[in-house]
Design a protein around this ligand. Sequence first.
Ligand SMILES: [Ca+2]
Ligand SMILES: [Ca+2]
Ligand SMILES: [Ca+2]
Length: 143
Amino acid sequence: MSYSKILFEKYDTNKDLKLQIDEVEKSLIDLGKSYTKQEIAILIKAFDENDNGALEFEEFDQLCYAVEQIGSMQLEEVLFYRADKDRNGTIDQDEYLDLMIKMKLQYSKEQLLKFAKGICGDDVEIEPEQFKTIVRTIKSATK
Ligand SMILES: [Ca+2]
Ligand SMILES: [Ca+2]
Ligand SMILES: [Ca+2]
């Protein structure tokens, strides 16, 4: 059995085959990092494919896989890996909008694009360093 499966079964304490926020928190501590509740809420949104507010095994497995691939549990790096779907090392406009829409911030698409262009120019290709500013904004706009 894979390590992610072991973690998942260990921390799905109510056995509903999903990890709720408290369960995700404990599993990530076991994986190696203690996040704030706000950071965990952001991580869940980023990996919650079916948008039900909890992580099914496949979703949790993607999160564990990302951590394994990048060898880091820094929120910025995990989110960057998640957003950079084509793995070319930058986040283009579509990748950026996909991520931001998943974050469910109270901004329109136009506002989100304006914000990105303010960071990296009209041709949206967000570098890892620039992405830190995006994550700070996500954090400040997430309760
Ligand atoms: Ca559960
Ligand atoms: Ca889910
Ligand atoms: Ca990309």
